[in-house]
Design a protein around this ligand. Structure first.
Ligand SMILES: NC(=O)c1ccc[n+]([C@@H]2O[C@H](COP(=O)([O-])OP(=O)(O)OC[C@H]3O[C@@H](n4cnc5c(N)ncnc54)[C@H](O)[C@@H]3O)[C@@H](O)[C@H]2O)c1
Length: 342
């Protein structure tokens, strides 16, 4: 698969580095609305650059666009690329609301192009092993689940944290895709949600270099608590927060009739993975494969799926469901009612 990257920001290095060692994918060009960023990455990774996305889309050598722009740009760039006969792999979220996601699904179908979306962490060894344990019925019937991502916010480490507080940002649209993609992969689809959200501060101060001290406006909610009812009867409690300075909450746990499974951070590919059974006093560590995987493996899966004409594991249909869950929690909070998903 020959790839053109749109968006040469913070995350792009991980994809450029992955592609350097991959036998299945190759990044051959990059572009950015700030041309110097594209030139910088093209020099660093010895590839060509395009002066604009329009120029990139005219390149017949490129069959797939890797969309690494901020969320509110995703739909525009993804649809433009599909209409130029390119497949697309988009960073999460697929779109910033369901309307955008369904538009992408429709255009992809019409133009017969494959559209996939991050995260690909569920393809890693930790979550794959979890799936096997659940299949073996090791924790029995799952009754409920928890998913917690509580942090002080991206202004502590990201050089340009603006997008994470802008429209299309917030801890739910930014981080919940890791948690929800994992839960939907393990438990199936969500039927109904309820939630409460708030924007704790109207501004945030950047604490990382090079813009340390700058104030950014907050457009998105920064703390979201929710209850998710899955079709299979599991009830999940989920908290996504950029307003928390310390916590001992687990990332994801599944509570079954025969035990509890403690999953790894779904924003990672490895462990630790732990289980505790009734009457036992300590958790048992479950070994996972040493070859855990890394960000980019979703692109290889996509390359295989195009070659073999099968549906990719990171197909955008799942990503659209994830955005639908996130959006419905926000609507639930605003309307003071349960929301049933489409
Ligand atoms: N930073 C991370 O650790 C991380 C991790 C996982 C996923 N992501 C996802 O990756 C995406 C990008 O995040 P980031 O942290 O790299 O952001 P960033 O702000 O560092 O980079 C985004 C880049 O996109 C460029 N850009 C914006 N609009 C554009 C347009 N219309 N055309 C061309 N270029 C455009 C910007 O100039 C910038 O260089 C987001 O969807 C984010 O959710 C980021």
């Amino acid at each position: 698969m020959k790839i053109g990257v749109v968006g040469c920001g913070k995350i792009s290095d991980q994809y450029f580095q992955f592609a350097q060692t991959s036998k299945k994918i190759k990044i051959i060009s990059c572009t950015d609305q700030i041309l110097e960023k594209a030139i910088h990455q093209s020099t660093k990774y010895s590839i060509s650059y395009s002066k604009s996305i329009e120029e990139m889309l005219l390149n017949p050598e490129i069959d797939t666009i890797l969309n690494l722009t901020p969320p509110k740009e995703h739909k525009k760039i993804t649809i433009k690329s599909i209409k130029s006969s390119k497949h697309v792999y988009s960073e999460k979220p697929l779109g910033i609301n369901s309307k955008e996601c369904y538009e992408i699904l429709e255009v992809a179908k019409k133009f017969n192009k494959q559209v996939c979306s991050a995260p690909d962490t569920f393809l890693g060894a930790g979550i794959q092993k979890s799936k096997k344990i659940i299949k073996k019925n090791s924790i029995g019937q799952i009754v409920h689940a928890s998913a917690f991502m509580v942090s002080p916010g991206h202004e502590y480490w990201h050089p340009n944290p603006d997008l994470y507080y802008d429209i299309g940002g917030g801890p739910d649209l930014d981080m919940a895709p890791y948690y929800l993609t994992t839960l939907v992969y393990l438990l199936g689809k969500v039927k109904r949600v309820t939630g409460s959200h708030k924007k704790t501060f109207s501004t945030r101060k950047i604490l990382s270099e090079p813009r340390k001290g700058e104030i950014i406006q907050v457009q998105a909610p920064t703390h979201i608590s929710s209850i998710l009812d899955f079709y299979n009867g599991v009830i999940c409690t989920m908290i996504m927060s950029f307003d928390t300075h310390g916590s001992t909450l687990p990332r994801i746990e599944l509570y079954g009739t025969k035990g509890t499974l403690h999953l790894p951070d779904p924003n990672s590919f490895g462990g630790p993975l732990k289980i505790i059974k009734p009457q036992e006093e300590s958790w048992e560590n479950i070994p996972i494969s040493e070859n855990t995987g890394q960000r980019g493996m979703g692109l290889e899966d996509m390359a295989d799926s195009i070659k073999n004409n099968i549906v990719a594991q990171t197909h955008c249909q799942n990503a659209a469901h994830v955005v639908n869950i996130i959006e419905s929690v926000r609507i639930s909070s605003e309307k003071n009612q349960h929301i049933y998903l489409n």
